[in-house]
Write a protein that binds this ligand. Structure first.
Ligand SMILES: Nc1ncnc2c1ncn2[C@@H]1O[C@H](COP(=O)(O)OP(=O)(O)OP(=O)(O)O)[C@@H](O)[C@H]1O
Length: 453
């Protein structure tokens, strides 16, 4: 009976990319054939769902072509009998008949009450899945179902504001929910470097090493591209990676680009980052953008007419952060002016505002921000870290990114030759701070209005 299955797979193997075949088809097993039904086993929920949606029809067509009849299918999740590599949390999939070997083999020390640094809103249930992020989102969920096993490391990459950090935090929350004893460490690569430098300077290397190599069951690192070219940090991260990986601990990494495309990143690190699954997030399509606008409005207790959601989604295409910003702008303006939100209003706030106007330049942004905060343009381009300077500098970088077509490296260059990751961090920081800081939100809106007019 297994021949039906293996013959079909053999027929398909040369027609599919090797990685695709090994990842999605090979792990599916034929358990039995009853009448005209194939009973198949998938090792986990993620593989089951992915196989069902993407490859099942293909395999059934192949079988039909060979056998001359169409089979039905029952696809169940059955974990492989051999012990999982990771001693971490087992899958909570209730339908799985767990073999004793699949249970955790060591008792983990209790972790903190809740992993620190995780944004309370960045959870899977508030993440809208669409074609543009499907692989990354499903893989993130799979990694939190069975950490340290199949998708380890999980590498999520993509452009700015597309949900990488949201997914990373989602994994942390989900792992913690399923097993509060897990020690989950989340931090940005920049933070990792700063801690490392401080540890070396203060002779606290043993503590640093213990924190990341031993007392950690899951490492979530944001913006790994930051450490490219920083030799000692890369070397340290390499050892952290090895220690955790060998212990079967889950590692999830995000970046703005694929591992192979990071100039200055050591080859031994790039290759390790490629060991597991590399999944991208792309700018959302129209349907996903509409769903995101609806969900965000609902979360904020607003009911927006479908036409309004559609108009916002049509006008803002680049990324989700900008979509959120646009929604915030529309609702804030409507509140200020005390008017109802309809299509024409949205267009007046977002849409045609830039048409027929000269494009906003980086210089114009720097000038407006310097004037607003009463600082010198040379300070914005300089290195001083005093809050009175660094805050306006970050706001200026943020507005340059929002209002001009300039890339991160280009903005960095025009701010006194700063690294693109500094610009990325500034943009993120200002976007996040605006959520709670009304004064900052007011400043950004006022500058935006000034520059747009
Ligand atoms: N699919 C989605 N569903 C719901 N919200 C989303 C989705 N994608 C992104 N967001 C939201 O958009 C905002 C930006 O997302 P996030 O910070 O995760 O982006 P990122 O890819 O990490 O970008 P960056 O590289 O700039 O850090 C967040 O508020 C996040 O909640």
């Amino acid at each position: 009976m297994a021949d039906i299955w293996s013959e079909a797979l053999q027929g398909l193997e040369p027609r599919l990319d090797k990685q695709t075949f090994d990842m999605w088809l090979r792990p599916i097993r034929l358990a039995s054939i009853e009448d005209d039904r194939l009973r198949l086993h998938a090792p986990n929920r993620f593989l089951k769902e992915w196989f069902e949606t993407h490859y099942l029809a293909l395999v059934l067509d192949e079988i039909e072509g060979r056998q001359g009849r169409r089979f039905g299918v029952e696809l169940e999740i059955v974990e492989p009998a051999e012990p999982a590599k990771a001693p971490a949390a087992s899958s909570t999939e209730t339908s799985i008949a767990q073999s004793p070997a699949a249970q955790p083999t060591v008792t983990l020390r209790r972790g903190p009450e809740a992993p620190t640094g995780l944004h309370p809103r960045y959870r899977f249930d508030s993440f809208i899945k669409g074609a543009s992020n499907e692989l990354a989102a499903s893989a993130a969920m799979a990694a939190s179902d069975a950490p340290g096993t199949r998708f380890n490391p999980l590498f999520i990459y993509g452009g700015v504001g597309l949900g990488k950090t949201h997914l990373l935090h989602g994994i942390g929350h989900e792992l913690h929910r399923k097993d509060p004893s897990l020690r989950i460490v989340y931090l940005s690569a920049e933070h990792f470097m700063n801690e490392f430098v401080t540890a070396v300077r203060n002779n606290q290397f043993d503590e640093f090493r213990a924190r990341y190599r031993k007392d950690c069951d899951c490492l979530l690192i944001d913006d790994i591209q930051f450490i490219a070219g920083r030799d000692r940090t890369m070397d340290e991260f390499f050892h952290v990676f090895n220690a955790l990986y060998e212990a079967g601990k889950q590692i999830v990494v995000t970046s703005d680009r694929v591992p192979a495309d990071m100039p200055g990143m050591e080859a031994r690190l790039t290759s390790r980052l490629n060991w597991g699954l590399v999944a991208d997030v792309q700018p959302p399509d129209l349907e996903t953008r509409i769903a995101i606008v609806q969900a965000k409005a609902e979360r904020d207790g607003m009911e927006l007419p479908a036409e309004v959601c559609l108009t916002i989604a049509e006008l803002v295409r680049s990324n989700v952060r900008e979509l959120e910003g646009a929604l915030l702008r529309v609702t804030a303006f409507a509140q200020l002016r005390g008017v109802a939100i309809d299509k024409a209003f949205v267009e007046s706030v977002l849409g045609k505002r830039r048409v027929d106007k000269t494009p906003i330049t980086i210089e114009a942004v720097q000038k407006a921000v310097a004037g607003y905060y009463s600082v010198r343009i040379s300070d914005l381009k300089g290195k001083r870290r005093h809050r009175g300077i660094s805050r306006p500098r970050m706001v200026a970088m943020y507005l340059c990114r929002q209002l001009t077509d300039s890339s991160f490296p280009e903005i960095g260059m025009r701010f006194g030759g700063k690294d693109h990751s500094t610009v990325i961090n500034a943009c993120k920081r200002i976007a996040a701070l605006q959520e709670d800081d009304e004064e900052l939100r007011g400043a950004v809106e006022s500058l935006r209005g000034q520059l747009a007019s």
